[in-house]
Design a protein around this ligand. Structure first.
Ligand SMILES: Cc1cc2nc3c(=O)[nH]c(=O)nc-3n(C[C@H](O)[C@H](O)[C@H](O)COP(=O)(O)OP(=O)(O)OC[C@H]3O[C@@H](n4cnc5c(N)ncnc54)[C@H](O)[C@@H]3O)c2cc1C
Length: 389
């Protein structure tokens, strides 16, 4: 298996890495997830452990101190962690999207300066694209960067930014030419560390995906030197920001697989233990139909995700594959978590069981990295393109 930088990771290394992660999940994560999730507490101790495990450098090249994992291994790792607690994958996932933008499009100086600190977790951050009036329509953003001597001065507001409170650096999408036509030609991507001129507007309260902070970030006469413009070239921001979408979608798909499989696991156990009318509910056809659908959905989600990751690792264009994986796996997460809740009866509605967290977390996978409404349109367009009449 080859990484993006041509490093090789063999099956043995991968198995060892996944075993290490599994031990960490059992020992450190599963015992605290319910309390931290319910109290919406930031898991600072887990973040320190995640640094030790190398998660903040999972997909960054070894030459910058990262693990340089191929997408397939990374996807398996995200699946595994998401089955224990999906929210904590957000602490390193969007951070790695920031790193990817720098590694793929940055100047040699930018890579040398930022990537080692990102790989170690010394600097942690995310991707700041969305604004109050522009999510799906990314080209509709209003934040501007105006050149001023050797600097840029940035004004505007971003919202829903993962790691917005706890993180210290963001890949920031702005308009350097608000009048450009087409609009994407006026967009640029900056490396934006927290400093004077940037403050957290507010932390956003959410249905699920607790413990990881989602925030509004306000930029007021925020000033950075020109060497913070990724690639030091204006007008490339839209492609730089969306250049990580395939990996981003594989990543969200992997989160969906984790939730879908965990919902299945919990429902499978419960269905054999719960015995109203003197026999386990798994012997009732109504429950068998649910389990049959759940296991099929979860399996298909895993295979689609690994298929997309394999295409990515071969260096092939895989927007169709990543789109299908993201769409199916996120819907599988949502459906399996609700079915697991139904199988648990009243206990599925109880905060003393993990199932309720799964169906609060699952819907996010249908929204992030392109809503599933848009995803189907992307899939269809690519499909038509690959199959001309
Ligand atoms: C917990 C959480 C974390 C997030 N983290 C980040 C982050 O770290 N960084 C970041 O930049 N953003 C982040 N986001 C924002 C997320 O990427 C956006 O919410 C998403 O892109 C959708 O944008 P929107 O909410 O503005 O919805 P809108 O774009 O307003 O869409 C609303 C509805 O209309 C549909 N729709 C819109 N346009 C079309 C169309 N052309 N055709 C068909 N249907 C359409 C959408 O599918 C959706 O159903 C996060 C969001 C959440 C909830």
């Amino acid at each position: 298996m080859a990484t993006a930088t041509g490093q090789r990771i063999d099956a043995l290394d991968e198995a060892q890495l996944l075993r290490t992660i599994d031990r960490w999940l059992e020992k450190e994560v599963r015992p605290i997830v319910r309390k931290y999730d319910h109290d919406d507490l930031y898991p600072a101790e887990l973040v320190e452990q995640m640094k030790e495990l190398g998660l903040f450098g999972a997909t960054i090249s070894p030459e910058y101190g990262g693990l340089g994992l191929p997408a397939a291994t990374y996807a398996k790792l995200v699946m595994q962690i998401s089955s224990a607690w999906m929210a904590i994958t957000g602490i390193f996932n969007s951070h790695l999207m920031l790193a990817l933008a720098i590694e793929k499009f940055g100047t040699p100086m930018q890579k040398a300066r930022w990537l080692p600190k990102l790989a170690s977790g010394q600097i942690r951050g995310g991707l700041a694209l969305t604004e109050p009036d522009a999510g799906t329509d990314l080209q509709g953003i209003r934040m501007t960067a105006r050149a001023d001597g050797g600097d840029y001065v940035i004004n505007g507001t971003k919202t829903w930014i993962s790691n917005g409170v706890e993180g210290s650096c963001f890949a920031l999408l702005v308009k350097t030419d608000p009048q450009a036509d087409p609009r994407y030609k006026g967009m640029s991507l900056f490396i934006a560390p927290k400093q004077a001129g940037l403050h957290v507007g507010r932390k956003l309260e959410k249905l699920g995906y607790k413990s990881i902070d989602s925030a509004e970030l306000v930029f007021e006469d925020y000033r950075v030197p020109k060497d913070h413009l990724i690639g030091e070239a204006e007008g490339q921001g839209f492609f730089q920001a969306t250049g990580g979408l395939e990996l981003g979608r594989i990543n969200v798909a992997a989160r969906g697989v984790g939730i879908a499989e965990e919902a299945l696991r919990l429902a499978t156990q419960y269905a054999q233990l719960r015995k109203p009318f003197g026999k386990p509910i798994c012997e009732h056809q109504a429950i068998q139909l649910k389990l049959g659908e759940m296991v099929t959905r979860a399996r298909a989600a895993r295979l689609l995700t690994l298929d997309a990751a394999a295409a990515f690792d071969r260096g092939e264009r895989c927007d169709l594959e990543a789109g299908m994986a993201k769409f199916h796996a996120s819907e599988a997460a949502l459906e399996n978590s609700i079915e697991a809740m139904r199988i648990h009866g009243a206990y599925g509605y109880s905060k003393e069981y993990d199932v309720e967290r799964l169906y609060r977390d699952a819907p996010l996978t249908c929204i992030g990295e392109g809503t599933n409404e848009m995803q189907r349109i992307v899939i269809s367009r690519q499909w038509i393109k690959r199959n001309p009449a």
